[in-house]
Design a protein around this ligand. Structure first.
Ligand code: ZN
Length: 302
């Protein structure tokens, strides 16, 4: 077995594109710094609505295969070479939006047995031995069944892995501070007339918005804004990008956030607002220094 890098980050997402929207800058940063970044995506998003007219003939399995290629391109933009589908490609199918008959499909992720699905993730955890896991909150950020299920499966896998001797020191949920969302949407409203989108989304359309007090960690992704935008653009069936804004198939504009925010929900928080997901984990600081990272010099400016 080859030796693992000192820092190992695991992200659990529902569909191809969620990782780039939520964590693109974070993934690019840690990959560039030599950390092992592993993405586990739970479904191929076979029920996603397709934006470009020339691709709208793609549905079901064909769309899933196409979206896997988009995901591959996005990971190349972020410099991430370890990305996997939970249980293998096509094992769990996209469940579609809440309340639709799609959710009754026995092969859909929403119908999956949580322990069984978590077992696939535990295998990855045992192999990669991450110190940090990132996923959604218990509402899946915004209520999509696959996002809620991804949360349940990830959190169950954390428990099961701990029982089998692999404790993950820090677990985070994706968040957006309300003040950041409000400021970005105010700017969006002013700039909307010059943008290729008809309307702005509402703040409540943004997954994971919470009061600022709940934010434990801010990753400044300014240096990786271009990589994040490129990764989002790679998911062309799902996302239209006009930097620094984007829209999903509903054509409602949203800001592309280059600083990404997290709430630590398991593990010990370092002092103040963390600027590194690995902050405080034993043995990590020295490892980061020997890897030659420059970003640790920013000190306590937050
Ligand atoms: Zn999704």
């Amino acid at each position: 077995m080859t030796e693992l890098p000192a820092r190992r980050l695991l992200l659990v997402h529902a569909h191809p594109d969620d990782e780039s929207i939520n964590n693109g800058a974070t993934m690019a940063r840690y990959a560039a710094e030599g950390a092992r970044v592993t993405l586990v995506t739970c479904t191929l998003g076979e029920r996603g609505e397709v934006i470009p007219p020339e691709s709208r003939h793609l549905t079901g399995t064909a769309l899933g295969e196409y979206r896997l290629r988009e995901l591959t391109a996005a990971m190349s933009e972020l410099g991430v070479d370890d990305f996997r589908l939970l249980g293998g490609p096509g094992r769990f199918r996209d469940s579609g939006m809440m309340g639709l008959a799609d959710n009754d499909d026995p092969d859909c992720f929403w119908q999956a047995d949580v322990d069984a699905a978590a077992g696939h993730l535990v295998e990855v955890i045992r192999e990669v031995r991450p110190q940090v896991l990132v996923t959604y909150d218990d509402h899946g950020g915004y209520g999509h069944p696959d996002h809620i299920q991804a949360h349940r499966v990830a959190m169950r896998a954390v428990e099961l892995a701990a029982e089998s001797g692999h404790e993950i020191p820090k677990v985070y949920w994706n968040r957006v501070p309300r003040s950041v969302a409000e400021e970005a949407f105010a700017r969006l409203e002013r700039e909307l007339p010059g943008l290729p989108f008809t309307k702005a989304a509402a703040i409540d359309d943004v997954p994971g918005v919470v009061d600022d007090a709940r934010i434990t960690t801010e990753i400044d992704g300014t240096a990786y804004a271009a990589a994040k935008a490129a990764a989002m653009r790679a998911h062309a069936t799902q996302i239209t990008v006009a930097e620094p804004y984007f829209a999903l198939s509903n054509d409602l504009a949203q800001p592309v956030l280059t600083s990404e925010y997290y709430e630590l929900v398991r593990g010990e928080r370092a002092a103040g607002r963390e600027t590194d997901l690995f902050a405080g984990i034993a043995g990590i600081v020295g490892a980061a220094r020997t890897a030659g990272t420059a970003s640790d010099g920013s000190g306590e400016a937050s």
